[in-house]
Design a protein around this ligand. Structure first.
Ligand code: KG4
Ligand code: ZN
Length: 363
């Protein structure tokens, strides 16, 4: 029996400071601890993530968060075998905080270090939770990401399409703001949509007329704004109108995501995968209507659907530790001079995405 290999994962690309200890095992790995400290209250007054505030909070909190992760795992740094850190894409200040911190630990302890792509962390999670076999289809939908990927190996991803402007989580957040609902907008819209009529407004289904899997959400927001202005009476919006607009917006996002998922599944199934899997990650995957729709679309295509538990769908460091383990097993190592990369596409051949999300430039 081989000795367990323990890796410390560090994540600080956006507004969550996270550290985790992941231990190798058969078949996947065991998460010994996963600590995530968010920054919602620091940014609430500004209506979005302020990069400078985020970077400062990360550098102030990384040490404490890491200490907690080690304590909860019941191990000291002397029992850690390698360090993996999100080296991008994301907000440069936060990424730098994490990378410098991780390099300090690796240098001080003479440990191997791996700079991991944050998106690879999300994209490899279905292997940690459900032992998904390559190749599998992945949909990343959050406040900062939106893309379809075929995961071919731990270091090889093919992008089938993505958003050309906003991420879906951003669209939920902006729509919630327009309707006077709280943040984060996703759960607020979902709750308001509960007793609304999804057919009350016919919002656009962007890019359905265009071939392929690209998506667009910024036009939808404009349509929501127009609907709200038309429904307002003397500056106030009736609860019924809020619910109807929320339900109609959610229906438009869901329908668009499902149609593009059908197309992505068709491209994926053309590869004849032995154990076909469609997996989802990101905060928007918490939406029940979207999740149920994705499940149905997968079943129709004869594909196993995987939605990891929410704590592993949203930003966390266990996924970074796990991605580090996968890369380490394949012989990857970085030297201490590797760079933080605010833009770092998973599929370098697919070119950069347009637009700029909650996490800064899109990958
Ligand atoms: O993955 P995540 O926690 O952070 C990043 O953006 O990386 O995702 C947060 C996003 C927010 O935009 C939030 O509004 C959205 O996910 N979200 C939802 C729901 N819960 C969270 N969107 C739709 N429906 C939900 N239930
Ligand atoms: Zn993320």
């Amino acid at each position: 029996m081989t000795a367990p290999f323990r890796i410390l994962g560090i994540e600080s690309t956006c507004d969550d400071t996270a550290a985790a200890v992941v231990q190798s095992g058969a078949p996947g790995a065991r998460i010994l601890s996963s600590v995530v400290v968010g920054q919602d209250s620091l940014h609430a007054a500004f209506g979005g993530v302020v990069p400078e505030i985020a970077a400062r909070a990360h550098s102030e909190r990384l040490e404490d968060v890491t200490r907690r992760a080690l304590d909860e795992a019941g191990v000291g740094l002397d029992r850690i075998d390698a360090v993996a850190v999100s080296a991008g894409p994301g907000l440069i200040g936060g990424v730098l905080s994490g990378v410098m911190f991780a390099k300090g630990i690796a240098a001080g302890r003479d440990l191997p270090i791996l700079g991991v792509n944050h998106l690879a962390g999300h994209a490899l999670t279905p292997r940690l939770t459900d032992d998904a076999a390559f190749p599998y289809l992945m949909l990343l939908i959050s406040g900062g990401h939106c893309q379809f990927l075929i995961a071919e190996d731990a270091d090889r991803f093919r992008r089938l399409g993505g958003t050309i402007d906003d991420a879906p989580g951003e669209a939920f957040d902006k729509t919630a703001r327009i309707l006077g609902l709280g943040q984060p907008g996703g759960p607020a819209i979902e709750a308001a949509a509960g007793d609304g009529d999804p057919a009350a407004h016919r919002f656009p289904r962007p890019l359905l007329d265009r071939e392929g899997c690209d998506l667009s959400f910024s036009g939808l927001k404009t349509a929501v704004l127009r609907a709200r202005d038309q429904a307002m009476v003397e500056g106030t919006l009736a609860r019924r109108d809020v619910s109807d607009i929320a339900a109609s917006f959610q229906a438009a996002v869901t329908e668009t995501l499902l149609e593009k998922s059908r197309r992505a599944l068709a491209a994926y199934m053309a590869l004849s995968p032995a154990d076909p899997v469609f997996a989802v990650a990101g905060g928007v995957a918490a939406n029940k209507a979207i999740r149920a729709g994705l499940e149905t679309v997968s079943a129709d295509a004869g594909v196993r659907f995987i939605a990891p538990p929410l704590a592993l769908c949203t930003d966390n460091a266990a996924m970074i530790g796990w991605a580090g383990l996968e890369l380490h097993r394949r012989g990857h190592r970085d030297t201490l001079d590797f760079a933080a990369r605010p833009r770092w596409p998973l599929d370098a051949t697919a070119g950069g995405m347009l637009g700029s999300g909650k996490k800064g430039p899109k990958a």
